[in-house]
Write a new protein. Structure first.
Length: 327
């Protein structure tokens, strides 16, 4: 898929997820799966404007993660421009604007999901991004704020803006993650009106739901978030199904689980080489390993008690002693 100057290997994208899709996590998913594009989760333009150094740790070694996007969230055009200028010195491939974050903090700051009800500001921010960024621009939206957005208005903003790709999480900002709130009809209608590629996102958890999403909406690609937590192979599973009509399944097996964690640990160790985190590298590694050890329990049988025990550990030694006992 071609996005401006960027040519993606495939149409599967890893979703930006704050405190989840860190650099080791993105590398881990890519270790197993071919992924067209990954993202650094939202960075606040206000923070970049006032404390540019504060984002350094989020961007460590991103030059090794080709192709990669950086997502910005904010509502002030000046702060956005300053952020774009500041990011210029980093090596990355696409700049994404967040117009979907539903958190109270974002809505109060009139950014993220708030932009779905203030298309004027959204339009202005897109224009700033397109004007000042040397890289392709993507826009991550929702289907609306409380209710579906006016498709004609949204399509016009996107088509006239000069951005290269849009990504839509198929539910409104105000709906929670409930399954019933997924709205593929709005995605389909928007897709019909757009002149640029549209990536679909929301509740894709296996090859069947991926195929259903594409067949129903005709989107050009898929972004996957939560399923990748504990299942780094989801992208390949979907790809295999689309290309060879084959569903790859994995037995729930503690050997697979331990192997995943060994690979994750090696990835963290390699990533940390030459880096020094403020919280300490040991603490960084512990946090990374702990949460992934918990998510990856979906690969073992009787995982509830293991998950509970893992959630209580306070250091790597305790974590490893639980993992060793799993069988
Ligand atoms: C823990 C978590 C953090 C998230 N952080 C971001 C973020 O930084 N930027 C963003 O655009 N979306 C964020 N999202 C939303 C996801 O990118 C995605 O749109 C959403 O999870 C729906 O996709 P899924 O059903 O495949 O998980 C986050 C979601 C989760 C669960």
């Amino acid at each position: 898929m071609k996005l401006g100057s960027l040519d993606l290997k495939n149409q599967y994208l890893l979703a930006p997820m704050l405190n989840v899709s860190t650099s080791p996590f993105r590398r881990f998913c890519r270790y197993f799966s071919n992924i067209g594009l990954v993202f650094v989760p939202m960075l606040y333009t206000k923070k970049i404007e006032t404390h540019p150094k504060s984002i350094e740790e989020d961007l460590l070694k991103i030059d090794q993660e080709y192709p990669i996007g950086i997502q910005l969230i904010g509502s002030d055009p000046k702060a956005l421009k300053k952020s774009i200028d500041h990011l210029e010195s980093y090596k990355f491939d696409i700049l994404d604007l967040n117009a979907g974050c539903p958190s109270n903090r974002a809505i109060q700051a009139k950014e993220g999901g708030y932009l779905m009800k203030d298309l004027k500001i959204l339009n202005l921010l897109i224009k700033v991004a397109v004007k000042y960024s040397a890289r392709p621009i993507s826009l991550k939206i929702r289907t609306g704020f409380n209710n579906p957005v006016n498709i004609k208005d949204m399509a016009k903003i996107i088509n006239d803006s000069g951005i290269d790709i849009a990504i839509i999480h198929a539910r409104t900002v105000k709906s929670s993650f409930r399954e019933e709130s997924l709205d593929l009809d709005t995605v389909k209608s928007l897709k019909e009106k757009l002149k640029i590629p549209l990536i679909g996102n929301g509740d894709i958890i296996n090859p069947i739901s991926a195929k259903y999403f594409i067949d129903y909406t005709n989107v050009d690609g898929l972004m996957i978030g939560r399923e990748s937590m504990g299942n780094p192979q989801i992208f390949n599973q979907i790809h295999e199904y689309f290309i060879n009509d084959k569903i790859i399944t994995f037995k729930k097996d503690y050997i697979i689980y331990k192997n995943y964690l060994k690979i994750y640990e090696d990835i963290i160790d390699e990533f940390l080489n030459g880096i020094s985190y403020q919280i300490g590298n040991e603490e960084f590694k512990f946090k990374e390993l702990k949460r992934n050890a918990i998510w990856l329990t979906k690969n073992i049988r009787n995982s509830t008690s293991t998950r509970r025990n893992l959630s209580k550990v306070k250091n790597i030694k305790q974590l490893k002693s639980i993992i060793e006992r799993i069988e």
